[in-house]
Design a protein around this ligand. Structure first.
Ligand SMILES: NC(=O)c1ccc[n+]([C@@H]2O[C@H](COP(=O)([O-])OP(=O)(O)OC[C@H]3O[C@@H](n4cnc5c(N)ncnc54)[C@H](OP(=O)(O)O)[C@@H]3O)[C@@H](O)[C@H]2O)c1
Length: 237
């Protein structure tokens, strides 16, 4: 195990939900955290609550901005890719394929662009962790588009680990987690989805962002975890 104190950690998608929970966890351990997001209010709140964290405004969909940001970075120990948009869910019969394209534009392409662009800044022996989703493998109705997008990321993980060694490359694959991602739905729809999913989850509840953050932290500190995808989903059936 390695301590995370003073380790340089860049988290893309860090102002909300899972990424923000990871910022809180690592900042408490005195890691050197850079948190990337877009919303000025969330960035301002982060700066106020955790002044030691570098809160950076960056839209990861724009390659020029990503390149400019990493052009000034170096010696990153750990990169975590936690960003996504909210599109791509729904029964395939009526799934808007334009929405699925947007979902790829909001998660698949930005995660890969950040990952590729950051490579020259990574310390050998560091790690890259993607946040994917259990939809990639769970076979849940209504998630074929999300499965395609997250599965496309997950299938790359062992290959990237081999190509990029001694960097470690892993993914954490969350189940249903109570984060602001779900605020795109009405309160009733969100409550209904959580109740329904809770029946399919062996621990009978949806997850907390802190639980996924703890899973990511375990990967960062454990040098022997590599080329793998770790679920954090309560045993979804
Ligand atoms: N919540 C779940 O049930 C669940 C389940 C499975 C997988 N996941 C995955 O877990 C990851 C985190 O999700 P979450 O639930 O924590 O979502 P969230 O609360 O909506 O947080 C998403 C974060 O990503 C940032 N972000 C989005 N697009 C960005 C962009 N183009 N450039 C920079 N930052 C961007 C957002 O910042 P701004 O708001 O400032 O733009 C925010 O900080 C995602 O990959 C998601 O697909 C979530």
């Amino acid at each position: 195990m390695t301590t995370l104190e003073n380790k340089r950690v860049v988290i893309a998608g860090a102002t909300s939900g899972i990424g923000r929970a990871l910022v809180d966890l690592l900042a408490a351990e005195n890691a050197d955290v850079t948190a990337i997001g877009r919303d000025p209010k969330k960035l301002a709140a982060l700066r106020q609550e955790l002044p030691a964290v570098k809160a950076m405004s960056l839209d990861a969909r724009h390659h020029e901005d990503v390149a400019a940001f990493f052009g000034k970075e170096k010696d990153i120990d750990h990169l975590v890719l936690a960003l996504s948009g909210g599109k791509g869910a729904g029964e395939f019969r009526t799934l808007a394929l334009t929405g699925l394209r947007e979902a790829f534009d909001e998660k698949f392409w930005p995660q890969l662009d950040v990952l590729q662009t950051a490579l020259p800044c990574m310390r050998p022996g560091g790690s890259i962790t993607l946040i994917t989703a259990i939809s990639a493998t769970a076979g849940l109705p209504g998630t074929s588009g999300l499965a395609a997008m997250n599965g496309a990321l997950e299938i790359m993980v062992p290959i990237l680990a081999r190509e990029l060694a001694p960097l470690r490359v892993n993914a954490v694959s969350p189940g249903v987690i109570d984060t602001p991602w779900w605020d795109q739905f009405t309160p009733d729809a969100k409550a209904g989805a959580f109740a329904s999913y809770s029946q399919q989850i062996l621990v009978r509840r949806v997850g907390r962002p802190e639980e996924v953050a703890a899973t990511v932290r375990f990967i960062l500190e454990t040098e022997y975890i590599n080329a793998t995808i770790i679920g954090c989903h309560g045993g979804i059936k």
